[in-house]
Every structure is written in C-alpha cells, then in structure tokens.
Design a protein around this ligand. Structure first.
Ligand SMILES: Cc1cc2nc3c(=O)[nH]c(=O)nc-3n(C[C@H](O)[C@H](O)[C@H](O)COP(=O)(O)OP(=O)(O)OC[C@H]3O[C@@H](n4cnc5c(N)ncnc54)[C@H](O)[C@@H]3O)c2cc1C
Length: 459
C-alpha cells in the first residue's frame, strides 16, 4: 500500500484539527477510526470551549487575560500541570475558538462560568453538542482531500531499527467489541504518526489499574470506544506517561439515568452556577458549588450518597437551558414548595428552609461566608416551582496520558522525543494536572492538534 505523509489515529476533534492542518500544507493524510463514524467523545460532548479575551466576553464587559486563564488552570492542576503546555494552550486558546467559528460552528449568545474558572469564559455551540464541530471539521478535512477510514482498529505502532515510528498496524473491517478480522493491514507514514485516540474513561480494566476505586460499578459519561489500547501500544514502544491515576469524575450527573444523560443541563448549567448542592442527611450545603470538578466530586463522595442539586424558576429562566428531556425522564423534578421537595428526597424541611434562607442572604450580599462560592451569577432561591435532581459522580475525563512536549512530540522516560511520534488531545497527560476545568478539553484538542501537525510540517 502507498505510504501517506501522516497517519492520524482517532477522528475526534484533536485528530480532525491535526488532519486539516496537515492538508492545508499539502501533506497526504490518513485518519484511521475504529468506530463506524467519526467523532469519539467530542461528538458526545456539549462542544463547549474556553478561551480568554474573546468577542463574547468583550460584549459583556468581562475582563479576562491569558495570564488569568493560566492561573486558573495551574490552580486546579495543583502544580501537576506541565507549565509549558499550559502556556501553549492559553496563548492559542482564542485562535482555537475563532477557528471553530471559521469552519462554521455557531455559538449561543452566552458566556458561562464553570467551576474553577475565575471569570465567565466558556462558549457553548448552538446545538449544545460537539456534533456540529465534528461534522464541519470532517467535511472540511474531506473537501481538502484528506482520507478518513472508519471501522479500522489500530492495534499497534510500527517502528524501524532506530526505534522511530514508521506507521501503524490495523484491522479492517472492525465492528466494535467484536473479534478482530484475521488479517491485519500495515499503514506506513513517511513523516509521522499522530495519536489522537482520546481518553480511557470507558476502559474499566485499565482505569481500575490506575485508581482501584474506579471499578466497573462506577458509571461513565464517556462513549464506549474511549479505551486504552493505543495508549498501551505507545507505552510498549517506549513512551512515558504522566498522571495516569488522575481521573476526574463529573459532579453533575444523575444516578437515575445511564451515562452522560440529560441531567447535566440542569445540574451543571443551572444548579451549580446559580443554586446549591445539599446533603439530604443534613439538609445543608457541604461545598463551594463552583469549585473545580475534582474538589466537588470528592466532597460528594465524602458525603457517601447522592446529593440534591436545587435551583428555582428564576435561575432556570435566566440560564435559558432546555430541560424538557430531563423533566420528561423524571431525572429533574419540579416542586411547588421546599416542603414537598424535602418529602420527595427525604430532607428535613425546616433545616432546608434555613439553608436556603442563609444562601439567599449570601446572594443579596454577594459573599458566601460558608464556602466562598463566587455569587455573581447566583440568584436567591425563592421563586417556585423549585427544580431539583439527585447527583452522583461518574467517570468523565482522564487527565493523564502520554508525556508530550509543547511541540506535541511524544517523550520517552529520559525526556527525549520518540522520532516520528506525536500526540494531542485526551490521550496525552500533563496539560490539566490534578483537575481539568470545564470546556478546556476541547480547547486543548484544538490547540495541540494543530501544533502536532505543525511540528511535522516544520521538520
Ligand atoms: C459527555 C461528555 C461531555 C463533554 N463536554 C465537554 C465540553 O463541553 N467541553 C470540553 O472541553 N470537553 C468536554 N468533554 C471532554 C471532551 O469531549 C474530550 O476530552 C475530547 O472530545 C477528546 O477529544 P479527542 O479528540 O482527544 O478524543 P475523542 O473525541 O474521544 O476521539 C478519539 C477517537 O479515537 C478513536 N480510537 C480510539 N482507539 C482507537 C483505535 N485503537 N483505533 C482507531 N481509532 C481509535 C475513538 O473511537 C474516537 O473516535 C466532554 C466529554 C464527555 C464524555
């Protein structure tokens, strides 16, 4: 088979972004994808991106900077982040966001603040999904003459006598979770292989090895194809890894539905930003609802049972999110009063009244004396009907992965790059450290996907 200049493993946004950059410099580029369609976790995601100093922020008078975003990432990362990677991502984040607009992703006229960001800087596509980004990027890649081969499972990397990576071994046609076809195909790359195979949140065996608490009993928001075989193959070829045991749980998912579901539209976009989380045993708050994900998830796990996310009608209206599906499923429920809400979830109504009154007082004075939650977007909880949801964390994002440098070159244990091997997106480690902030996953993919391609182009 004729060799390609570049082979990319995985067709999420990191892979497609890298592919488009390669094609724009005339490199023959093949993307291999094991599923029957492109997109991975990007397709499943809300499609939210974070960037500083954007048009939407300026229109609202939100002051932000590259330095402020960097400080937030390092703070959530608890010093485990590779600062060079954080510098690269924050510096190019706005470019990444602008690029998605240039390929035709329309954004809602809103700017959200998710836990751990010090100012609102998260942008949500109109479809509230990463699908538009994948569709537009795939169309662009194919129009530019890129080749995308789906149902092709990459099982290993190929190397030469100098241990340089020269291609991949793959199987086609592959059907997910079925036995591999008998005969493999070897795909050769003249200039480089870019790994963009995503995280391993759905790989219960591999993830339990990294963190024994995260066994198969813990659900995940991830697509079933988020598994670790490509990562393992890179390790076999000498790649070093970073922070594999740093796996974040989503603190806004419901135990009353499978996977990501529809509850996060309420818990993440409304209750955590504008309302409160309450432990049903004490009817009290127990955390800053706008802390980073890891902190909130840990606080919920410490409580030891599902907690209640609560907001009122004004918060729901102001957040302007469509909760129809979540309400229809019964994952989110409405209540005419705090008494009926308490009866439904087993809370003590007078204690909940006290919690809500105390929180409302904090909102009026714009100061949370209990947990220091930023209250700029919060609303007093006083307008019925009240909205509530049970919350229990699910595995959401794997911060750890392949060690890379700021040129997206995959590194060996001695810190030198493996010739011919690059990686970007959730398969890598070091960007987010201990905890990834909301909407920064896609920013990471867009920036590092482009840089991986540029590194090959400039060699
Ligand atoms: C429900 C959900 C919501 C999210 N919402 C957001 C959000 O709003 N904003 C944000 O920033 N982040 C969000 N994230 C995180 C973000 O979506 C991911 O981190 C990001 O999409 C990862 O992109 P990627 O290109 O690295 O990998 P992916 O998009 O996961 O793509 C990897 C691809 O590689 C393929 N692949 C894997 N192994 C092989 C193999 N052996 N052979 C061939 N192909 C292979 C997979 O099938 C997949 O298609 C969300 C995640 C989830 C699960």
């Amino acid at each position: 088979m004729k060799p390609y200049d570049v082979i990319i493993v995985g067709s999420g946004i990191a892979g497609l972004r890298a592919g488009i950059e390669c094609r724009s410099h005339g490199l023959s580029t093949l993307i291999l994808e094991k599923m029957n369609k492109s997109g991975g976790n990007t397709w499943l995601s809300d499609g939210g991106i974070a960037a500083p100093e954007t048009d939407l922020q300026k229109a609202r008078g939100i002051e932000d900077s590259i330095e402020a975003m960097k400080a937030d990432m390092l703070n959530a990362g608890k010093g485990l982040n590779d600062e060079a990677l954080v510098d690269t991502i924050t510096k190019h984040a706005k470019e990444g966001y602008e690029w998605t607009k240039s390929i035709g992703v329309p954004y809602m006229d809103r700017v959200d603040i998710f836990g751990g960001h010090s100012v609102p800087r998260c942008y949500t596509p109109q479809a509230l999904s990463g699908r538009t980004m994948i569709k537009m990027a795939e169309e662009t890649f194919l129009e530019m003459g890129g080749v995308l081969k789906t149902k092709t499972y990459v099982s290993d990397l190929l190397s030469d006598e100098t241990m340089s990576i020269t291609g991949v071994k793959a199987y086609h046609p592959y059907a997910f979770n079925k036995a591999l076809p008998e005969k493999e195909t070897l795909y050769k790359a003249k200039k480089g292989v870019i790994l963009t195979s995503g995280g391993f949140g759905a790989d219960t065996t591999f993830r339990e090895k990294q963190d024994a608490l995260l066994d198969a009993s813990i659900d995940t928001t991830n697509i079933a194809s988020a598994t670790a075989e490509v990562l393992k193959s890179a390790i076999k070829h000498g790649a070093d890894t970073k922070d594999l045991d740093r796996i974040s749980l989503a603190p806004w998912t419901s135990p009353d539905e499978k996977g990501f579901g529809d509850g996060p539209k309420f818990a993440d976009y409304i209750a955590l930003q504008r309302g409160i989380l309450v432990d049903p045993d004490t009817s009290k708050r127990f955390t800053n609802e706008l802390a980073d994900r890891k902190t909130i998830s840990n606080a919920i796990l410490k409580v030891g049972h599902p907690v209640i996310a609560l907001a009122d009608t004004r918060a729901v209206k102001e957040a302007n999110m469509n909760l129809e599906k979540a309400l229809k499923k019964g994952v989110v429920k409405t209540f005419e009063g705090l008494k009926s809400l308490s009866e439904n979830y087993g809370l003590d109504a007078p204690s909940l009244e006290k919690t809500v009154t105390r929180f409302n007082d904090f909102v009026w004075h714009n100061e949370d004396k209990d947990f220091a939650k930023p209250l700029d977007d919060a609303t007093p909880i006083e307008t019925p009907p009240y909205y509530a949801m049970r919350v229990w964390p699910k595995v959401h994002y794997t911060m750890g992965g392949l060690s890379i440098d700021a040129s997206a070159r995959v590194l060996k244990k001695d810190g030198t790059p493996i010739p011919g091997l690059y990686a970007a997106g959730e398969v890598t480690g070091g960007v987010h450290g201990a905890s990834r902030l909301g909407s920064l996953g896609l920013t990471d993919c867009l920036v590092m996907g482009q840089i991986a391609a540029q590194s090959i182009i400039s060699q």
